[in-house]
Design a protein around this ligand. Structure first.
Ligand SMILES: CC(C)(COP(=O)(O)OP(=O)(O)OC[C@H]1O[C@@H](n2cnc3c(N)ncnc32)[C@H](O)[C@@H]1OP(=O)(O)O)[C@@H](O)C(=O)NCCC(=O)NCCS
Length: 162
């Protein structure tokens, strides 16, 4: 378990957070599918909740960058979609969150809508990067850490429409 004691309070990086959204008319593009910008907004919100949830007490955290984003299938009016946030990378002041987006239904065969990686940074009162004290974590797999440290890129197959 990735847990650290902060004055007796427990910060942890092994949690999973989920948010659920109903796709409404105002969330659609001209193809009548979920607008990518809305999907990104919900991704960033879900990622922020996952990152902030590492801390036992409220901790100033700012969004740094979208490291990757891949839209996999369209979501349609009336569908419920769930955003699942997990901690994939922890640096000294940064936290990298992977977000997996899928339909809630059918429950036994959900459809993947999108996946993405989002980087946050803890800051002091002046907005400067500051160490958060969480145990550092490198993602498993060859080249995986580079996803969080190298220049951002867009994965092949990404389509961002409006
Ligand atoms: C986040 C911010 C404070 C970082 O400032 P900075 O001068 O880049 O900070 P540092 O150089 O000390 O780097 C801080 C961390 O970011 C990492 N970093 C910096 N640039 C990076 C990049 N392009 N890609 C990946 N990581 C990067 C550093 O490696 C370091 O990681 P670590 O401490 O976990 O090892 C600054 O960029 C900022 O204020 N950005 C605006 C945030 C904002 O307004 N967000 C929207 C509202 S929430």
């Amino acid at each position: 378990m990735s847990e650290t004691s902060n004055n007796g309070k427990h910060d942890r990086t092994d949690g999973v957070t989920t948010t659920t959204h109903l796709v409404k008319g105002e969330d659609l593009n001209h193809h009548q599918t979920l607008y990518a910008g809305r999907c990104v907004e919900w991704c960033v919100q879900a990622a922020y909740i996952a990152a902030e949830s590492c801390f036992a007490d409220a901790t100033p955290l700012v969004f740094m960058s979208i490291r990757s984003l891949s839209m996999r299938s369209p979501a349609r009016l009336g569908e419920l979609i769930q955003y699942r946030g997990t901690v994939d990378y922890v640096g000294a002041s940064t936290i990298g969150i992977r977000v997996d987006v899928q339909t809630v239904q059918p429950r036994d065969n959900p459809r993947t809508i999108a996946t993405g990686r989002f980087l946050f940074c803890t800051v002091d009162d002046a907005g400067r990067a500051v160490s958060h004290g969480l145990p550092e974590k490198e993602p498993a797999g060859r080249g995986a850490a580079a996803r969080w440290k190298d220049a951002p890129h867009i994965e092949p197959g990404v389509t961002l429409d409006h």
